[in-house]
Ligand binder design. Structure first.
Ligand code: SF4
Length: 451
């Protein structure tokens, strides 16, 4: 049986980072009182919102291509409204409305709270682009989504003051702004009251969080870890220069803070790190990694690497490859450098050809796949605690969930396990996931101990 068509269907296409996933959830929450209900097929929508990313050129291309696909649908269904938000909207604003006639509204990253007004205007035939960054947006938290599920994101800070030479984020998301800890704690409590058991705290530079009332990110973690009903707390993305000893100790001491950190190095070459304006050296980065691994048992460490930054020599690239060998990331997101508007790197000399960038990326990714596989095979025989999220993507009768350190684990099990934490013995390591067998002795502790 198909999904019943609600009176006002809302389809949200989300591109890019978890911050966009969070914002999309909040859009759904904001529009629910107007009768909009999420649908999983744009054909059933009265309103389609596209939440965009512009952090890389390829991400931008994907958005334009998707937008192009919607032209035919809009032509067929005249009353359909199409809105575009997120970083690309912030970056391009009115230009998008001028260039794309089938677009009805454009809204920047700081004006989501004004969506109801923009939608009403669009329905009345007035197309509008609104992209101010610092409006009254920050004053009122947006409502949580109607059915948040077992895992949820929670944005604790927005924007970035770092101005890495390649990055458009400070231009599309504005300067750093931390939410008051009381507000964050209230949102965490509301999410857990609605059934959420795992929260991932979000910020472009999450570990530079500073409560306007005093207190740093380590304090916030300690406070949120006590949220009734919460089992698991994660956070992303951390800047190496802001990784304090206090934060490492908070990770080591708080049972509900998971053993996982995403700590992008971007390059292993000091020369490139300086040109990128990353404000740490290779040595400093490696020292922080060692401290984390010493203090947080079972830690999974992820990173980002950009290959082919302007002026990157073969020696610089080899320094990045050697960083990979030393750190042995558990998972890695890696990209080819691309020029982004407004950035310093876009004006730099020494741009590398696509061919060189592609070859370096392929070499890096091939080695990382080997490392991930070796690491995952090393886990065979271990028993991991897994929060079961749902049916596995591939395979009949399988469920999937994540371990405390964030690894995806697939194993035989039924829908009764969904939403529970169980113990799984690992039987096979793959590049991106693990396969296991449900341990008879399940962890009931979380089920029965909802403090
Ligand atoms: S820390 Fe650097 S890469 Fe990260 S969002 Fe800020 S400017 Fe961009």
């Amino acid at each position: 049986m198909g999904q019943p068509t609600p009176s006002r269907g809302l389809y949200i296409a989300t591109f890019g980072c978890q911050m966009n996933v969070y914002d999309s959830d909040r859009m759904a929450g904001l529009l629910a009182p107007l009768g909009f209900e999420l649908v999983d097929d744009p054909e059933h929508a009265e309103l389609i919102l596209i939440n965009t990313c512009s952090v890389r050129r390829s991400a931008e291309h994907k958005v334009y291509s998707y937008l192009g696909q919607l032209k035919e649908l809009k032509g067929r269904r005249g009353r359909l409204l199409i809105g575009l938000g997120g970083c690309l909207a912030q970056q391009e604003g009115q230009r998008l409305l001028d260039q794309v006639p089938h677009l009805d509204l454009v809204f920047g990253t700081g004006v989501i709270h004004r969506l109801p007004e923009l939608i009403a205007e669009a329905a009345a035939g007035r197309r509008r682009a609104l992209t101010e960054l610092d409006g009254p947006a920050a004053a009122a938290p947006l409502p949580i989504p109607p059915r948040p599920g077992i895992k949820a994101h929670l944005t604790v800070m927005r924007g970035c003051d770092n101005f890495c030479a390649y990055c458009v984020v400070p231009h599309t998301r504005g300067r750093e702004h931390s939410r008051p800890a009381d507000e964050v704690a209230a949102e965490a409590a509301a999410l857990c009251a609605a059934g959420v058991r795992e929260i991932t705290l979000l910020g472009q530079n999450v570990n530079s969080y500073a409560d306007p009332g005093g207190g740093d990110f380590a304090d916030l973690l300690a406070r949120l870890a006590d949220t009734p009903g919460l089992w698991r707390l994660r956070f992303v993305t951390s800047h190496p220069k802001d990784l304090s000893d206090r934060l490492v100790e908070a990770m080591a001491s708080q049972e509900r803070v998971m053993e996982q950190i995403h700590l992008p190095a971007q390059s292993g070459s000091d020369r490139v790190l300086k040109a990128m304006n990353r404000r740490y050296s290779r040595r400093q980065y490696l020292d922080k990694v060692s401290r984390l691994r010493r203090r947080v048992e079972g830690l999974a460490l992820g990173g980002d690497i950009i290959v082919g930054f302007p002026g990157e020599t073969p020696q610089d690239f080899q320094a990045t490859m050697s960083l990979l060998e030393t750190v042995r990331y558990d998972y890695l997101f890696s990209f080819k450098y691309s020029d982004r508007p407004f950035t310093r790197a876009a004006k730099m000399n020494g741009k590398l050809s696509e061919d060189i960038k592609a070859r370096r990326l392929a070499e890096l990714q091939a080695r990382q796949r080997e490392i991930s596989l070796e690491t995952h095979r090393g886990l065979v025989g271990r028993v991991l605690e897994v929060l079961v999220e749902g049916p596995a993507k591939h395979g009949q009768g399988l469920v999937a969930g994540r371990s405390r350190c964030g690894r995806m684990v697939n194993f035989t099990g039924g829908p009764d396990l969904i939403g529970r934490v169980v113990r799984v013995r690992i039987t096979e390591g793959r590049v991106n996931s693990l396969v296991g067998r449900l341990n008879q002795e399940e962890v009931q502790r979380h089920d029965t101990n909802d403090r």
